[in-house]
Ligand binder design. Structure first.
Ligand code: GTP
Ligand code: MG
Length: 617
């Protein structure tokens, strides 16, 4: 679902257009109906031809109610800027447009309304004029759609334009941190207190504990509705009505935020980056202005940090001291107004700032850095995809080493990062590394189901890790119970070598044949051929140590082998040395077997050759 907000000068036909599109009259108040104007926010919704559902927030155009307009356009995906064809661009067309730009609304559609009141020449002139005005704005590519809410001309085209614009709009991201700036509070008989707003940052679900900030009241979500339909979960980017238990309407007000407990701390002091409007008055140090963010409004004293005066159209850094606390997050946008005009706005850079001395280059540098991200964000970005050491993170983020260390400690504490051998990964990067390893192993097990595990070196080169980290990495995974490692191989903890019934039968035949003349078994190569034992199966039997293979032609059952070795080793212990001939007699077999045994024991570093004899190592 997407949220569309209207904008535009008083009486230009915003509410009438919303009603013509949705069948819902957004002017709900008796006073609005009496005076024929919108005073407070109105809400409607519809399904576009594509099936896409949209909510519409209808705002008042009257200059006196700009504060209500500001409470409604905080999180809209698209602006429907309404301009009456008979009047063209008017003061609140300009002011609303400026506000949309300050709040970084990226998409808009211009509805040129009331075209039934003008002739085609006039319409062409106004259209050109509007296009020229938009050309100077950040919404230059907004399509212009001429409509009449009376004759309904242009309405189908407007719906198509809405669809096309929203098709290119990214849905709101889910950061797992829901925030619903309250824009309405009321009671519903039988349910109790309900608040509405545009949900951002995360989902809300029925039963969830929530916190109201500022204020800190804790309560529970008793019910959720989107477009009058009950839902169990409301995802971000939607207009949502939240039924709250235990709170009365008098406990709640527009401007508060419904959020998850424990993360938003209300504040009265904010560090901000401000941009003033080109046509507004200059901003002086310590000026007092109304401050609007989300659905909240309060009064701010603007302490300019890098200058004494900001001329129209200029930017500056400032610390705002607010009359009432607000619940905001870093990166939130705001608008500053005086009693009769919008002065400018900007971005919140620090929500818990210290007091600053003015005109300190170090302070400004720190703010500039912070605007790019918190130290934790910058560090998380700098860690990138693989395990990185702090020095590398410092180099990539441009942060000093102690700031990196502090941010890493924070990230570790919050579970945002993982440490391995003095290297760091974000928890996302770590998760990716772990699944790369487990998926590589899983695919190896699929390809070689009869092999106990993947050679360690092969996995290492697939992961592209340096030896020391790789060893620690495997230890960590083994500690977590994900893998099992041997000296030479690694396997998933869940992997088991399983023979098919036919393989089992072939293996049994081979083992039986080896056991028949246990000290001088038939040549391995012949048995393998005779019973059709494939190399994989033979490998599995060797790996499981059911048989011990001395060379291409000699293999023993493991028990026989162990017994033979015991005898040979015992003899060397007694006699100090042994010859091949003695081994032949000792084991009651031929020279071929005795030689194979001794060469194998040499290889295994059990024995050592001295002239014609073997001694123990
Ligand atoms: N002829 C004609 N009149 C229209 C059209 N659209 C709106 N009107 C009239 O214009 C007047 C103002 O319309 P609204 O929809 O209330 O205007 P608004 O932009 O919502 O006004 P505010 O909310 O007060 O800013 C009403 O009398 C409407 O009937 C249209 O397309 N053609
Ligand atoms: Mg209206």
């Amino acid at each position: 679902m997407y949220v569309v907000g209207t904008a535009g000068h008083i009486d230009h036909g915003k509410s009438t257009l919303v009603q013509a599109l949705t069948g819902i009259d957004p002017d709900r108040l008796a006073e609005e109906k009496e005076r024929g104007m919108t005073i407070d926010l109105g809400f409607a919704w519809l399904t576009l031809p594509s099936g896409r559902e949209i909510s519409i927030v209808d705002v008042p155009g009257h200059e006196r109610f700009i504060k209500n307009m500001l409470a409604g356009v905080g999180a809209i995906d698209l602006a429907l800027l309404v301009i009456a064809a008979d009047e063209g661009v008017m003061p609140q067309t300009e002011e609303h447009l400026a506000i949309l730009e300050l709040l970084r609304v990226r998409r808009a559609i211009i509805a040129l309304t009331k075209i039934d009141l003008v002739d085609s020449d006039w319409l062409a002139l106004v259209r050109e004029d509007v296009a020229a005005r938009m050309e100077e704005s950040s919404l230059a590519d907004a399509p212009i759609v001429p409509v009449s809410s009376v004759t309904r001309i242009g309405l189908p085209e407007l719906l198509v334009a809405l669809d096309a614009a929203l098709a290119e709009t990214q849905p709101r991201e889910d950061f797992g941190r829901p925030r619903l700036p309250i824009d309405r509070v009321f009671t519903v008989a039988g349910f109790g207190t309900v608040v509405t707003g545009t949900l951002i940052g995360g989902s809300l679900r029925v039963g969830q504990e929530v916190e109201i900030q500022p204020g800190g009241d804790r309560t529970r979500v008793r019910g959720l509705q989107m477009h009058k339909r009950k839902v169990d979960v409301a995802p971000p980017g939607n207009r949502v009505a939240v039924n709250l238990t235990m709170l009365a309407t008098t406990d709640l007000a527009r401007g508060q935020v419904v959020t998850m407990p424990g993360w938003m701390r209300p504040t009265r002091v904010l560090d901000v980056a401000i941009r003033t409007l080109p046509k507004a008055r200059a901003l002086v140090h310590n000026a007092v202005a109304t401050f609007h963010t989300g659905s909240a409004e309060t009064v701010a004293r603007v302490q300019l940090l890098d200058t004494d005066l900001v001329r129209p159209g200029e930017s500056c850094w400032a610390q705002l001291r607010l009359e009432d606390p607000v619940a905001v997050a870093k990166g939130d946008l705001f608008v500053l107004r005086s009693s009769d005009e919008t002065i400018g706005g900007g971005e919140i850079v620090d929500v818990q700032p210290p007091r600053h001395r003015r005109k300190q280059p170090a302070v400004i540098d720190a703010l500039r850095l912070l605007q790019r991200g918190t130290p934790e964000e910058l560090v998380a970005q700098a860690i990138g995809r693989e395990l990185a050491p702090p020095a590398e993170i410092a180099r990539r983020s441009g942060l000093p080493a102690d700031a990196v260390a502090e941010a890493l400690a924070q990230l570790l504490a919050s579970g945002g990062a993982v440490e391995l051998g003095g290297h760091y990964a974000t928890n996302v990067g770590w998760g990716r590394l772990v699944s790369q390893a487990t998926e590589t192993l899983a695919s190896y097990h699929r390809t070689w189901p009869l092999r106990a595990g993947m050679p360690r070196e092969e996995l290492k080169s697939r992961l592209g890790m340096q030896s020391r980290l790789y060893g620690l990495f495997l230890d960590r995974l083994a500690g977590d119970g994900k893998i099992v490692q041997s000296e030479t191989t690694v396997r998933l903890a869940s992997h088991e070598v399983r023979l098919s019934a036919a393989q089992e039968a072939r293996a049994r035949s081979l083992l039986a044949a080896l056991g028949a003349d246990s000290h001088s078994p038939p040549a391995l190569s012949e048995l393998v051929e005779q019973f059709g034992v494939e190399p994989e199966l033979l490998g599995a039997l060797i790996e499981r140590r059911e048989i011990v293979r001395l060379n291409d032609s000699v293999a023993y059952l493991a028990d026989t082998y162990d017994e033979l070795v015991r005898r040979i080793v015992g003899r060397i212990r007694d006699a100090g040395a042994v010859t091949v001939a003695e081994v032949r007699d000792l084991t009651g077999t031929s020279r071929k077997y005795a030689l194979a045994l001794m060469e194998h024991l040499d290889e295994q570093k059990v024995t050592r050759r001295v002239g014609d004899t073997r001694v123990l190592r």
